[in-house]
Structures are given as C-alpha cells and as structure tokens.
Ligand binder design. Sequence first.
Ligand code: PNW
Length: 469
Amino acid sequence: MLKFPKDFIWGTATSSYQIEGAATEDGRAWSIWDAHAHTPGRTYNNAHADVACDHYHRFREDVQLMADMGLKAYRFSISWSRVQPDGQGDVNPKGIQFYSDLIDELLAHGITPWVTLYHWDLPLAIQMERDGWLNPEIADMFAQYADICFGHFGDRVKHWITLNEPWVVSILGFGEGVFAPGRKSKNEPYLVAHQLLRAHGKAVLLYRKKYQAVQNGKIGITNNCDWREPLTNSRADRDAAQRSLEFFLGWFADPIYLGDYPQAMKDRVGARLPTLTPEDIALIHGSSDFFGLNHYTGSYAADVDPNENIRNEVYGNGGIFEDQYVQLSTDPQWKTTSMNWAILPWGCRKLIEWISQRYGNPPLYITENGCALDDQLEKGEVKDTVRKEYIESYLAACHQAIENGVNLKGYFVWSFMDNFEWALGYSKRFGIHYVDYDTLERTPKHSALWYREVIKNNGFEFSISHTQI
Ligand code: PNW
C-alpha cells in the first residue's frame, strides 16, 4: 500500500473557457479565445466553447459529483471578461455572483477552492485596444483585476494561482500561433513572457501588501514542463537536456526562485531576451508561496550542431528551436495517449526531483496531470483502464519522489470532466467524468471511481508494479 502524507491534497482541475459556456450571458464579454475559436480554421471542426459543458448553469450538479468522490480540493479559473468585461474599469456584478455562488457551494460540501486568475482567456478589449500581453502596462491591468478577485472572494479563497502556464501563452500563443491570439514570431514569446512574469509579480505584491495578513491565504504560479531525458550519456546530450529544461521551466521559475533568467538563455537568446531590471527582480524574486506544476509527458533530448539543418519533430514542446538547438525525440516503444504524448511516470519523478534540487525544495503541488483517451460510453460505463493506470503510475512515481525527499503536498487530476481542449476542440477527452455533448449528461468514468478510493484511503495498492517509476 502506497500511503501519502497526512493532509495530502487530492484534487481535480478545470478552466473557465473550457467548461463554462454561457459565453455572452449575464454581461460576459468575449475573450481572445472566443475570437480565436470563432475564426474559421483555428480549431478542430471549428469548435468553440459558447456552450462547452454548460458548467455556468450546472455548477451545483458538478459540485455534487465532486462531493460524491470525496474530493478535497477543486482548481478552477475565473473568466476575466466575466467579472470585468473590458478588462479594465467596470465590474460585472453577475460575474461576481457566479463565482461567489460556486465558492460557497464548494465550501458547503467541504471542498477547498483553488483559484487560477488567468487561464488564457484575456478580455478581447485588452487585445484589440491595448495590444494584450505585448503591452508593458498589462501588469497593472492584471493587478487591478486581481484586486477585484481578492476583494470579492479572498474571504473564502485561501489558495490563489496567478497564471496558468505562461510557457503555453508565450510559445503556443505568440511563437507557433496555434493558440490565441494566434501570432507567429521568434521574438514576441520572450517579450510576452517578460510581461507575464511582471504581471504575476504585481498581483502577488498587491496580495501580500493589501490582503495576505488579513485573509491568510497563499499565492503562487503554475508552470508546465515536460521531462527531458538525455538521448545518450554524452556530455553534449546531458547538457542539451539540461538546457532544454532551463528554456522550458527555468525561463519562468528561475526569475521567481533564483532572481534572473537562466544563463543558458541569456547566452543564446542574447539581446532578444529582455533584461530583468532591479525593479523587475524586486517584484518577481521570491513571489511564489508554492511551486505549481502541470506535467504530462517527456521526451529525449540531444544536442544539435547549429550548422546542421535539422528541424524539431516533437510538436509544441520545444520552444524556439533555433535558440536552443536541442533535438527532441521519443522511443517508439513508449506507450502514448490520444494526444500522442508518451506515458512516462519516471519522467514525472525525475522532473519533480530536478525542481526540488534546483529551487531549494519548495512546497510543490502538481496542479494538473492526466491523459486523453478515446473513451467510449457503453451501458452507462466508461472503462478507461489506461487512464486509471496512467494516474496510478504517475502517483506511484510521486510517492517515490516524496520518499526521496521532495516536498510534494498535493495532486490535481486534469480534468474533472471532458471539456473544450483548445485547438483540438471536443476531439480529446481528458475527464474522469464523461460528458455527452448532445445531452450534457455527466458520467463518472472508472478512473473517477478508482480515484475516489485513493482519496478515501489516502493511498492505494500499486497494481502495476512492473511499470518503471
Ligand atoms: C494544459 N503543449 O495545456 C492546460 O493547462 C489545460 O488547459 C489543457 O487542457 C491541458 O494541459 C491538456 O492539454 C497544455 O502542447 C496544452 O505542450 C498544450 C501543451 C501543454 C499544455
């Protein structure tokens, strides 16, 4: 039996645009994701999230399902344009009411809310009128929005996450252009990342100055990172794997925990990497009470000679190739999910051990982990054995890391239910609850029933011990 530490947080996660629907109801204005999804050709089957899971109208039913599985914590995000439609100025009382009701409903069922302020749905007005994340003034706009949230919800919300995955915003939104606002650039990701870090820092400073002493909550940020395993044991490949982790996670976590961008980035990106001024560093260094990590997969990393004309084959996970010169690859033996992401529980263990070493063993929460599968609903059941084994093996790897000294304090399954998977629309199912998109009916999958037992027992019997963790 693998037992977890007493008080370990067992949760699930979602985000506003992916589940809420009610896109123009009760005063909500469009975000950049509404505009992106409604632009032909941007998402699979031109899907959008006008209705999504209709969580806006069904949140009480959803909280009941969470209570049924004994969930300790629920991570959701606030739609900025629902509470402040233009992203600046007036507050929308009906938006405040919705999140206030959701929080009350969770607390009434003994579930702790973990609230993300920004999960990619920037108010469209800020993009159109103020250039969005490219505008240095966005840090102040974000802090003002955060102020509204702390002020209205901070009496009941004690766990705040400023930003979800700034790497995705920067690389997929401004580098590859596959996510909103759909820009393709080799420089903008670095500029946007810089403003994301400053915005995070300003929101945290405001919380600490104005609210933390009274409200007694914690605030942090969630970054995503995949593991990088050196392809060979050569010095060059080991350096490449390390460099790749620094370009991925160090880009955001180094400024927060170590006070500057990684040296490897400064060396290779040169003048295209903005400089953190002493004021920026004062704002950003030490600005997280905990380390939030979203983690799904990993790959091999190998060194590339800049004179060779090689392109990166592993989609979405590289960052800007010409700056890193790291060749990513996978082993055809590795099992994959329907995202084509490799299932590598040992990569999860190695990554959280890497984080704990590099950043001084901070309190760590896995704020997302899970997998997409081609689930079938048959006679009211979804037998998602691969998902159950995915979660089980990643949790076993987490348990091993805890034994090795990693300060892991909680784990959130992505996702509570199937939802709008961004550019892939409704074609990928990540939920532990199945959503029928015709009737919007929810059904707990076998993985949810298994997770309920894990929560109840604060651990589990590891049934697939032949799996490498
Ligand atoms: C995360 N990549 O996104 C998000 O936080 C969720 O909203 C999302 O649904 C979930 O993971 C599953 O995709 C990512 O291409 C999307 O590297 C894409 C990538 C990473 C994370």
